[in-house]
Design a protein around this ligand. Sequence first.
Ligand SMILES: Nc1ncnc2c1ncn2[C@@H]1O[C@H](COP(=O)(O)OP(=O)(O)O)[C@@H](O)[C@H]1O
Ligand SMILES: [Mg+2]
Length: 265
Amino acid sequence: MGRGLSDIAAAPCLKVEALSKRFRVNGHHISALEEVSFEVRSGEVLGILGPSGCGKTTLLNIIAGFLPHDGGRVMMDRRPVTGPGPERGVVFQEDALFPWLTVAENVGFGLRNGDGKAGRRVKVERMLEMVGLQGYGHYLPRAISGGMKQRVALARVLVLRPAALLMDEPFAALDAQTRADMHELLISLQRRLEQTVVFVTHDLEEAIKLADRVLVMQKSPGRIRRDFAVGLPRPRNLDSLEFLELKRSMYESLCGQEPGIPAGG
Ligand SMILES: Nc1ncnc2c1ncn2[C@@H]1O[C@H](COP(=O)(O)OP(=O)(O)O)[C@@H](O)[C@H]1O
Ligand SMILES: [Mg+2]
């Protein structure tokens, strides 16, 4: 039996299975992640929401392949993750641009020589346009704003067309208006590229605004408390009754005011 297109589209892109992670601090082990399991489908936007210290960064770093884990496994397109790879692109909270390279050189940095100089330039130009930075290619990072730097950081990763985009509180350092602009940009890019996205945040509204699904985590040890499907139409109205209802349920889940409901059901 051949597989239909819809089967392929629904296939999990990323699978996290019974993941656990301990850190040794002052001779004691602390359990940062315990039995964390979930799947992300291709083209899905998954938000991971939780209080500070619940293990969000640890989880993302393990998925990115930057950090080893103790138990369980991470599968990316059916292959176990054993280290960093080009199919997983990471955007951090603090911009990590090379200060001595221009915006265009930063965006083109990861492109392979195989593309040829002209091919690379076309890809970079197209990507700069997609993130609204056409005309800024020759600027140095120090000459552009924080929001623009995050656009460059996003462009630099997306130009490599990763299967999954991983983001660790990428907009937390930005002011409210810039953050709202970045949300809009991310959603439009995600639609255009059908990009699979996993982002972590401690911001409830950000999670509901961006994600198709939100996993709420709890701390000590870091676990998934609940899996919320966000079925709201886009663009999302932050004042709608449905948005506020969901925000309230998630808030209660975050504060532990409801019994834990197993995720993934
Ligand atoms: N390298 C490390 N060494 C020891 N403990 C760590 C290390 N990294 C994280 N932790 C601990 O693991 C827990 C989860 O941290 P983290 O993943 O940074 O949480 P979050 O990103 O949700 O704020 C915290 O208790 C933190 O102190
Ligand atoms: Mg963190």
